[in-house]
Write a protein that binds this ligand. Sequence first.
Ligand code: SAH
Ligand code: AVI
Length: 381
Amino acid sequence: MDLKLATISSVPSRGAAVQGTFPGRAHSAVDSARLVDYEPCMGSLRTEPSAPVLGFPTRRRFMLDVLIDEQDRLELLRAEARRGLTRRPKELPPKWFYDARGSALFDAITGLPEYYLTRRERAILRVRAAEIAAITGARTLVELGSGTSDKTRILIDALDAAGTLESFVPFDVCQPALEDAGAALLDEYPRLEVHAVVGDFDLHLGAIAHEGPTLVAFLGSTIGNFPAPARADLLGELRRMLGAGGFFLVGTDLVKDPARLDAAYNDSRGITAAFNRNVLRVLNRDLDADFAEERFEHVAAFDPELELVDIRLRSRVAQMVHVRALDLNVHFDAGEEMRTEISTKFQRAGLERELAAAGFEAAGWWTDRAGDFALSLWRVD
Ligand code: SAH
Ligand code: AVI
């Protein structure tokens, strides 16, 4: 990731802030080079100011707050990998999928025929964005787990057309995704300020600066990747962060025919399997581990009782893996499974209960025609 055009404006106590303008870089939804390239998610920031580049505007509309830098990230990875690999059953948090390669693989997933979620949510946004803009009158749009911010453009367009939006705050753990999206958005929206934040949902939501009226969007059903107790914590944190009058827009995949859910997480091209195994590459690279990807099988199945797709890596053989940075030898039995993600599927009544318990009142519920996916809007009580 090249930050040559960023100029340092300030260094707040929680991390580095980079402010400046970026050249427009073409962003493709599926960049095949990045699927094979192997780059760390968060590179170190260049801190020296650089010369202005002819042909680019000098207004400072881009700011990047790094609340979790490379050193913090490695420390967190060490702690979470040690905890997850030494407990039974073994488990790794899904945030570690998302280095640059993992984000590109997720992007590829969103275009798969079996993975209907992104298309359904986009269809709802197209129909409802103007209504959402009118209800919220948002001046600041915060997006959690923003990735490419691709669908978000529909919302940005509507808020822009309504004349209320001033600032977009994409928040993600993957710095390259934020930099790519930020560069493209600056090009596309000449009036918009983009204040990107590199942070972790679990640690940094309280640090997001915003001027109301604020709309926090959490698209893609990423909320479903949180177990229920962590969802309750997240919603409580969001309520505190938003304060009275704030709005929360959330995309949620709905319970449906298990065969369709199983297909969505076991695609015929093996992209989801590569995404799942990517966490092993991250551990090999960043913790000097020696996982052999081919010794782990991708497993994903809908659990109808818990109403979630359970995503795991199953050891094909009995094996010992060495994680040198942790001075840890990890034994896997043949057939042993390690959970890498859950993807909860929701029903309206359950979601309403969760939001009400966190102090939100309903302001809108919309689904696609097939009733596969829901987008819902909530106001802080
Ligand atoms: N919102 C996009 C992307 C969803 S993929 C969409 O709807 O398609 C999930 C995104 O959440 C990724 O960009 C990933 O980097 C980010 N993410 C995952 N865990 C995170 C965490 N703990 N903190 C911050 N971002 C996280
Ligand atoms: C990001 N998240 C909502 C995706 C999901 O559907 O739970 C991640 C994913 N995992 C496998 N495929 C997609």
